[in-house]
Design a protein. Structure first.
Length: 392
């Protein structure tokens, strides 16, 4: 029993280290602009490079984790990531070389996302996976928060090269811990209807992935422009608004654990996921109504809208652990790594499309209408997510 929690801690730590350079590089944009002289548009491509590499390589790492185990997958990916990040540190003055190295580092760092999910599936029983997946999914907000606290300070004090070497050092620490990771026990035989047959011949996993992608659309429609809304519409200062929204994000991380634990005690995790999707639709719809109130831009109405926005941020990030646990139950054990990887890829594709699309929508229609349309995404997700699924 204690060993599984140690394995979960190692897997979560590895994913947290990967998150720092997969999603934390925007904190280095000022230092990159000063060092390279690149435009913001070009720098946007640079900081998005690791995510591109992750999407391209994630399913391959999932297949390796299914066939060769979690330990080898994480060790190989983090080792290569460390070397590539050291190379990025010495190529930081060249935008093209840096971008190429970051694409490759992201491709290697994807290994921790593919393998850490298998750690949960292998070491935890179905009735405990919601909590375990919720804990695993806190790695992203924690990793981004760590990047925000450390990277700008290091870049300002010692330069951009030192910042990338710091990221490589964090990955090296996670790599050292991963040496002690044990592969999860494997079942003697697959529970799939036919040994080796792809579960994607049936619609269950496709519906879960599609519903999860729609949930991401709702999440990012609320979260991506929250600071812009509070500053431009409610007339808060950025220095006041940012801590409030950061606190909501941290509460969202805690909500992932709580939602996962709750789903462990429900008769059906599939129905629990559908319920969370429906609640998300209701909460985002309430935010749209609050934003459209005549008082919304006044001092009297601001607390109402801020409260509705904070609740929406917490709710729309709370479901990730439950979503991954549902995938784990719908996929046979021999396909778990690949199924979890497809889930992540689907979410990242939705995450890449949503911010620019909703930025245009907000510019055209305003925040209340955009929030109202955003509520449709989790509502549709609630109808797509199956009520039951094959338990692998």
């Amino acid at each position: 029993m204690p060993q599984r929690w140690v394995m979960l801690a190692i897997g979560t730590g590895a994913q947290c280290a990967g998150t720092i350079f997969l999603y934390g590089l925007p904190f280095l944009i000022p230092a990159l602009r000063e060092t390279t002289g690149m435009s913001l548009a070009a720098l946007g491509l640079v900081v998005a490079s690791p995510s591109l590499g992750m999407v391209l390589a994630l399913i391959g790492w999932g297949a390796l984790a299914d066939r060769r185990g979690e330990r080898l997958t994480i060790l190989a990916g983090l080792t290569l990531s460390c070397f590539l990040l050291v190379g990025a540190a010495f190529a930081a003055h060249s935008g093209v070389a840096l971008g190429i190295l970051l694409v490759l580092a992201g491709a290697c760092g994807a290994s921790v996302y593919a393998a850490s999910g298998r750690v949960v599936i292998g070491w935890f029983e179905p009735g405990q996976r919601g909590l375990a997946m919720g804990i695993r999914q806190t790695s992203q907000p924690v990793g981004v928060a760590l990047a925000g606290a450390v990277l700008p300070a290091v870049a300002q004090a010692a330069g951009l090269r030192a910042a990338f070497l710091t990221i490589a050092g964090i990955c090296l620490v996670a790599l050292s811990a991963a040496v002690f990771l044990n592969d999860a026990p494997r079942p003697a035989s697959s529970a799939a209807p036919v040994m080796g047959q792809s579960p994607y011949r049936m619609p269950t996993l496709w519906r879960i992935h599609a519903g999860s992608a729609l949930m991401v659309c709702g999440q990012l429609a609320v979260g991506s422009f929250a600071l812009e809304y509070v500053v431009t519409e409610l007339h808060f200062r950025p220095t006041t608004a940012a801590p409030l929204l950061s606190a909501a994000q941290l509460l969202g991380g805690a909500a992932r654990i709580a939602a996962g634990r709750w789903s462990d005690h429900t008769p059906s995790r599939f129905r629990a996921f559908r319920f969370i999707a429906a609640v998300n639709a209701l909460i985002i719809g309430s935010l749209a109504l609050a934003a459209g109130l005549p008082l919304a831009t006044g001092s009297r109405g601001a607390p109402i809208v801020i409260g509705a926005l904070a609740v929406a941020i917490v709710a729309t990030v709370s479901w990730h652990g439950v979503g991954y646990a549902v995938v784990a139950e719908a996929a046979p054990a021999s396909w778990a790594g690949r199924a979890l990887s497809v889930q992540t890829v689907a979410q990242n594709i939705a995450g890449a499309v949503t911010p620019p699309a909703f930025g245009l929508l907000i510019t055209t229609t305003g925040f209340p209408v955009a929030y109202g349309l955003a509520a449709l995404f989790p509502l549709i997700a609630a109808t797509l997510i199956p009520a039951t699924g094959f338990v692998g």
